[in-house]
Design a protein around this ligand. Structure first.
Ligand SMILES: NC(=O)c1ccc[n+]([C@@H]2O[C@H](COP(=O)([O-])OP(=O)(O)OC[C@H]3O[C@@H](n4cnc5c(N)ncnc54)[C@H](OP(=O)(O)O)[C@@H]3O)[C@@H](O)[C@H]2O)c1
Length: 238
């Protein structure tokens, strides 16, 4: 089990928002953080439970408005939404399998969705103290690390997500100089997203992945904001 001693870099009573809290990794984030005695509360939102759909801007804006109305400010926001298979269509294996509608759906969920989360939800990051925002990306979104090919739409959408996070981090630093805004690769994790592709691969239990990513976030400095990091803290090539 990965060692996680709590979010030591955040103030006592820190507040957390987990988006995609119904997912394998999102639910692990919520569970681990709720068990941290210094955590002052975790709000979890998801599509299946709360109608929080990242492909529906109105649902994101409405959620942000509700949170804003309740005066909530968050020390830590985790965007754990994402999909590899959408409407029963998995990632393409070859160029000839590219379908514009499938590629557009990948971009809607994995790139534009988190961009809209940044648009509506990042203003809820605390501005007077250290705050953390992480979006779950994937190592396969790295252009420099791409040796196997395949999965063009998912890879491209995650690469776009990384650029969206980096660009947003630069802007957010102007009003929140203590903020850290990053993309994280969770490892290969035992969730339904990866189950069809697990054969021959070791996968991390979601709790271990969540604990390791939280430990990484806890150590990152504002100078590292905008980066792309793996669950073990290693920076990943763009
Ligand atoms: N598992 C891995 O090995 C692995 C590896 C690399 C990267 N990742 C990334 O890690 C993230 C989390 O994946 P996971 O493994 O935890 O998968 P998961 O168990 O399938 O969870 C996916 C989560 O995303 C939510 N979601 C999907 N489409 C959505 C939409 N349109 N609007 C709002 N929420 C949506 C799901 O919500 P509902 O269930 O409520 O619909 C669920 O909460 C993803 O971004 C994935 O790309 C995972």
């Amino acid at each position: 089990m990965a060692e996680f001693i709590g979010m030591t870099s955040l103030g006592a009573d820190y507040k957390v928002l987990v988006l995609g809290a119904s997912g394998g990794i999102g639910s692990a984030f919520a569970e681990v953080l709720r068990a941290d005695p210094r955590c002052g509360g975790v709000i979890g939102l998801s599509r299946s439970v709360d109608g929080f759909d990242v492909t529906d801007e109105d649902s994101i804006a409405a959620a942000a408005e509700r949170l804003e109305g309740s005066g909530s400010r968050f020390d830590l926001i985790l965007c754990a939404t994402g999909a590899l298979t959408i409407d029963d269509i998995g990632p393409e294996k070859a160029i000839k399998a590219i379908r514009p509608d499938v590629m557009a759906a990948q971009f809607a969920v994995n790139a534009i969705g988190p961009a809209l989360v940044l648009k509506h939800v990042s203003p809820l990051l605390a501005s007077d103290r250290r705050s953390l925002f992480a979006a779950l990306s994937a190592r396969v979104g790295s252009t420099g690390d791409n040796r196997l090919g395949g999965w063009i739409s998912y890879r491209a959408a995650k690469a776009a997500l990384n650029q969206i996070v980096r660009t947003s981090a630069i802007e957010i630093a102007r009003t929140r100089p203590k903020a850290v805004v990053v993309s994280l690769h969770p490892g290969s994790v035992e969730t339904r997203l990866s189950s069809a592709y697990a054969k021959g691969h070791d996968r991390l239990p979601p709790t271990n992945s969540a604990m390791m990513m939280l430990s990484v976030l806890d150590r990152l400095e504002p100078a590292q904001s905008g980066g792309f990091y793996a669950y073990d803290g290693q920076p990943i090539d763009w």
